[in-house]
Design a binder for this molecule. Sequence first.
Ligand SMILES: C[S@@+](CC[C@H](N)C(=O)[O-])C[C@H]1O[C@@H](n2cnc3c(N)ncnc32)[C@H](O)[C@@H]1O
Length: 496
Amino acid sequence: MPTKSIHQAQFGDFQTPIPLAQKIVSILKKNHHLNPDIIIEPTCGQGAFILAAYQAFTHATILGFEINPDYVKNSQQLLPDNKQVIVKQADFFNTDWATIIASLQGYLLIIGNPPWVTNSALSVLNSQNIPEKSNFHQQKGIEAITGSSNFDVSEFILLQLLHLFTKRDGTLAFLCKYAVARKVMRRLRKNTIYRLFFSIYLIDTKKYFSANVESCLLVVTTDAGDVDCQVYASLDAPQPDRFIGQREGDMVSHLYLYEKWRHLRGEESHYIWRSGIKHDCAKIMELEPVNGGYKNGLGEFIECETDYLYPLLKSSDLAHGDIGVYRKVVIVPQKFVGENTAVIKKIAPKTWDYLIRHKEYLAKRKSVIYQNKPEFSIFGVGDYSFKPWKIAISGLYKTLNFTLVGTLDGKTVLFDDTVNFLSFNTQEEALFIYALLTSEPALEFFNSIIFWDEKRPITIQLLKRLSLKALSKELGLFSQYQRWTEQSQLDMLESR
Ligand SMILES: C[S@@+](CC[C@H](N)C(=O)[O-])C[C@H]1O[C@@H](n2cnc3c(N)ncnc32)[C@H](O)[C@@H]1O
């Protein structure tokens, strides 16, 4: 047997405490009125759900399966000599679930807590505990899931088991990551062969599993219900505190708020969210001002002209509110993507010399976007980068915190590529849009579509869903919106 931690990682082995399994079973009885004839625990571990199900559903036949022989013995010993309960050793991925289920009559409950592991973690461990793509021929698109680097093994297990409910009535109740529950829901909603209804109960993962991820009890049933998914804030919540569901092709995190502000959704044609500079070479391109010169990431002291240097703010600076000073400057060799960089030699010979001396670092950048581009090329740069006023928000932090940023030392501030921003010619215009973005309707709209458990919840795609034009109408400020958009169109024409 491998050491506990490697074993735990390969088999996603987080055993459910018996009191939690009992609580879940009592919720299934109380809130979902279940009284199953057959109960299956497909990865039953030490048998917490087997025991809890036996205690609650005294007439049901219970079948448990588990890959680990020690756990199989454990589960068998929980209820010895009981003809109603059978536990067998089995590998989930080599088990013919359709045949097993077809041989059993009555209302089916599939219950459990599948392995908590991603396929990228398994490939690091060189583990074979992964589904074979060919095993899953019934469902289109599974190749895409299993091929993606971070698909969860539990997602595959859920999809395979839920497919059984296309031919059979019953309910599935599984502990899984909240994000996995949503992915499964989104996938099944796309296919009309599934007529399934979803409920989610958020659980305190730290308390029960000492794990740092938002997880839930996902209940999926063929019994009629709401097309949207009710979400309970905890297992003890007497009623759901929100509904989540698909709207306009996207998953919405709070349907009541979304319906309230749905009219704010739309493409914003004038103010376009951008992300910061992408150079993939911080050691060379980001410099720390020291003693009248600069120090690069290799620790070298550099003297160069200021023509191509701009104050740089990163996500962490925005998060800490450090926007009145800057710790670094960034070399910006181009004003737009693809611009010829040879001109730097003439305008700023020391900067050119520095870049030439370190060109192998820039040439080593792996991304294909740099191939066949002028030397020292960067991305995420354009007219918009050099406007003096910006409203920025970090894509790394889990707060809806918009920050107004002006120039520093007389120069426009640039951001790294973890920051999303809008830019403006004047402080007045920036203040006007800042007031819109931080208004209650805007914040409620964003909160209705953000899932805070996502690794990077605030993306450009998400920010782009709010129409500032519609928002200005909602707030009775449309004439000001029009004035600013007309003004900046005039400015643009004049600058050409
Ligand atoms: C998260 S634990 C949960 C165990 C049990 N369901 C519970 O709720 O306590 C996942 C279980 O899946 C088992 N497992 C991992 N890979 C498996 C496979 N390929 N087939 C069957 N069981 C597997 C692990 O040994 C572990 O007991």
